[in-house]
Design a protein around this ligand. Structure first.
Ligand SMILES: [Zn+2]
Ligand SMILES: [Zn+2]
Length: 256
């Protein structure tokens, strides 16, 4: 059976050669990967040292010398409502391209690849944490209609299957239309998302440990507002996991 399948794949590859979605190089690996190995290797992964609270990479490893619990200035001055936030990589280069293809060109098969990436880096990012539920950040139904799918839900459902954690897809809903976050400043983003989430059947999360799932952590405004609502609704702990995180050039050092 496996041999026939491999033979089939081999024939298909000859008739319809697969090309990397990012660099168009021919893909020779078996399976249904859409990205070549060289492009996978270029994913700008986030490595320690980073802020133990929000996951912001530090400019220098010396930042952690004073204490491994040393938090970034933003977390020290304005402690976020989530316990920790982690991301697989920086929102730049091939990772940014992958997320764009997934989100705006509806390359749904890429969702599987991004889920695999989040799964692969899970252990390192949440070494001693257990979660009762995964919670995708919701899209407003109008935007959902335009885009036809909620990328956070696709990621949460995929991760939930791999990690055997139930996903609460209807727990959070959006109250009203919020402007797209893309062109807004940090302050505008916080105002834009304030009071936009509604909890549905909150009794489910009483005293539970939740992991919020989204594609990109930009300023943290959306994740913070969702975490605030979930905590106010009775959750014991809320953490955040995204595929990517925006890191300003002035912050952090580049890994090459
Ligand atoms: Zn490639
Ligand atoms: Zn921080």
């Amino acid at each position: 059976m496996l041999t026939f399948r491999r033979l089939g794949e081999g024939i298909l590859d000859t008739i319809f050669p697969r090309h990397c979605l990012l660099c168009t190089a021919r893909i020779r690996e078996r399976g249904d990967t859409l990205i070549c190995e060289q492009c996978w290797k270029k994913i700008p992964l986030i490595h320690a040292p980073y802020c133990p609270r929000c996951g912001l990479p530090f400019a220098s490893p010396a930042a952690l010398c004073a204490s491994p619990e040393h938090q970034c200035a933003s977390c020290r001055h304005h402690p976020p409502p989530f316990e920790v936030a982690r991301a697989v990589g920086r929102y730049e280069g091939v990772l940014r391209e992958l997320i764009h293809l997934f989100k705006y060109q509806r390359r749904l098969r890429l969702g599987k690849a991004l889920v695999a990436l989040m799964d692969q880096h899970w252990g390192e990012r949440f070494p001693d944490r257990q979660f009762d539920y995964l919670v995708p950040v919701p899209l407003h139904h109008r935007r959902l209609r335009e885009r036809e799918f909620n990328q956070a839900q696709v990621l949460a459902e995929g991760l939930g299957r791999l990690r055997d954690i139930p996903v609460l897809t209807t727990l959070l809903a959006k109250r009203c239309w919020t402007r797209s976050q893309v062109e807004l400043s940090g302050q505008e983003r916080r105002e834009n998302v304030r009071d936009t989430f509604i909890l549905q059947r909150a009794e489910r999360i009483h005293d539970k440990s939740l992991l919020l799932i989204d594609d990109v952590f930009t300023t943290g405004a959306t994740a913070s507002e969702a975490a605030r609502v979930l905590t106010a609704g009775g959750a014991a702990r809320v953490a955040v996991y995204t595929v990517a995180r925006v890191v300003e050039r002035s912050h952090g050092f580049r890994h090459q």
